[in-house]
Write a protein that binds this ligand. Structure first.
Ligand SMILES: NC(=O)c1ccc[n+]([C@@H]2O[C@H](COP(=O)([O-])OP(=O)(O)OC[C@H]3O[C@@H](n4cnc5c(N)ncnc54)[C@H](O)[C@@H]3O)[C@@H](O)[C@H]2O)c1
Length: 468
């Protein structure tokens, strides 16, 4: 007999979640306190909900419990304030899940070494929840994943508890559930994609509309009621699959458009046209054009990974996702292009890449953030080592490079002083952090290979700059 067997299913529980949300007594649990889960948990705490963050990493829990932060753009004071008000606590004790009214899952969804979806974190989390699941609880998956995950992977694991959440169609018009209004079940299950953009100072988490889709109407309505308490706008779609697909569409759109400008950059380089000048000019069109920028390759937890979740799922339907595959091919070849450009720039100065001293500026996958997951800089370092170059780096956010899943460079950052810059055969700008003084870098370096057009405003010594 399963632990919850025998308890009657009832709609009464759904009403309880709603009233608790409305009077802000609902206990919110966030599982996975990383770049997504921590800001989300703090957002609910700031909005007056007693919030508990769950993580298997005890070190993170300890930092948070002391009112500190391990994510650069989240100041320790933001955590301290909520911990002192007793609005936020962190724990590795998953038995506390039983006391939560809503549980939001924000664990990683990487690709495995065969570049296939690795849902082990999601599965483990669902297995952690199942023994503590109780009637009336709302569970929402936020991790980016392929359409079908909530219903095909999370739901069956949660139902091992003996509680049920029926998959039932409903109609939504984008803003609310139209019909039916309720659908029964013991617990509620929804998907709501996280749209966090680390380092984006223009939009705060609560300003980005929250898309939700439920396994049934009651689940969608409850999830919308939850997010409406903390977000300015909510958008309801007719299923968890539509919500899952929404996130993949957003990231595929970026992945494909970045590939397009990366390919056009290669052509422009051959044609002697400045791609950045062209993008700037095209951006003056007030409609029908959105700028994307070329670079040394894709990075981060999302854009290089999420589209391939869809590619994997599409195989089940014998459907090739050609745009995604082509974009992946172009984007993943960019580090090789950067190294070839550096080699040619050295060659033009009668220098050889083998044995050359190279200083890389910027390791993070994008400017002004402390995240190097999937960063193209790592592949570039690897390629340069293969070619026999002597590589050093600087990044204000990474004083040293710790062992990673794929790479273990054991490198320590070099301070880019005037003397240091002059000592290298070439300085390679991989990430255009705002804190760099690019005019000074160009003044002191012998050769600057710039993958981001970071030196666009530098007027002097342009002969030392190679855009690539
Ligand atoms: N980082 C982003 O910018 C971003 C943006 C949008 C969506 N997402 C998506 O959000 C999800 C989370 O990404 P992230 O960047 O926050 O990841 P992250 O690696 O920063 O954080 C994940 C956290 O989950 C914890 N964790 C792992 N397994 C766990 C388990 N079984 N139980 C409890 N905690 C566990 C880890 O210790 C870690 O603290 C992913 O699906 C990602 O694709 C990320």
């Amino acid at each position: 007999m399963t632990m919850n067997e025998g308890r009657p299913a009832s709609l009464e529980t759904t009403t309880t979640v709603h009233s608790r949300l409305q009077n802000k007594t609902a206990q919110i649990g966030v599982i996975g306190l990383g770049y997504v889960g921590l800001p989300l948990g703090l957002l609910f705490a700031r909005n007056g909900f007693p919030t508990t963050g769950f993580d298997i990493d005890q070190a993170k829990v300890d930092v948070l419990e002391k009112g500190g932060s391990y994510i650069r753009h989240i100041p320790g004071s933001a955590v301290t304030e909520q911990v002192e008000k007793k609005a936020f606590r962190a724990t590795a004790n998953f038995a506390l899940l039983e006391t939560m009214d809503a549980i939001l899952i924000c664990v990683p969804t990487p690709l495995d070494r065969h570049r296939e979806p690795d849902l082990s974190f999601v599965r483990n989390t669902a297995q952690d929840i199942a023994p503590h699941l109780r009637r009336g609880q709302l569970v929402v998956l936020e991790s980016t994943t392929y359409p079908g995950t909530t219903e095909e992977v999370v739901l069956p694991i949660l139902e091992q508890s003996g509680l049920k959440c029926p998959i039932l169609p409903y109609v939504a018009d984008g803003w609310r559930v139209i019909s039916p209004a309720e659908s029964g079940g013991d617990f509620l299950l929804a998907f709501s994609p996280e749209r966090e953009d680390p380092g984006n100072t223009e939009f705060q988490t609560h300003q980005v509309p929250k898309v939700v889709g439920g396994v049934n109407a009651s689940s969608a309505i409850a999830a919308q009621a939850l997010y409406a308490q903390a977000f300015e706008k909510t958008v309801v779609v007719s299923s968890t699959r539509a919500a899952e697909m929404t996130k993949i569409l957003e990231n595929t759109y970026r992945c494909v458009n970045i590939a397009l400008v990366n390919e056009l950059k290669l052509l422009c380089l051959r044609m002697g046209i400045d791609i950045w000048e062209v993008i700037h000019a095209a951006s003056t069109k007030p409609f029908g054009f959105k700028p994307f920028y070329p670079g040394p390759g894709l990075g981060g937890h999302c854009i290089p990974i999420d589209p391939f979740y869809l590619t994997w799922k599409a195989r089940e339907y014998e459907f090739p996702t050609r745009f995604i595959e082509l974009a992946g091919e172009i984007n993943s070849a960019m580090p090789e292009h950067v190294v070839a450009s550096l080699r040619d720039a050295l060659n033009a100065r009668k220098l050889c890449l083998q044995g050359a001293r190279i200083l890389i500026l910027g390791i993070a996958y994008k400017k002004d953030i402390d995240d190097l997951r999937e960063s193209p800089s790592l592949r570039i370092i690897d390629l340069l080592h293969d070619k026999g170059a002597q590589v050093d780096y600087h990044d204000p956010y990474f004083p040293r490079l710790h062992k990673m899943r794929k790479y273990d460079f054991g490198m320590v950052a070099i301070e880019p002083t005037a003397e240091a810059l002059a000592a290298y055969d070439a300085v390679l700008i991989v990430t255009d952090h705002s804190s760099y003084d690019y005019a000074s870098i160009v003044r002191h370096a012998r050769l600057v290979v710039d993958t981001r057009n970071a030196t666009k405003d530098v007027r002097e010594h342009r002969d030392k700059i190679v855009l690539c």
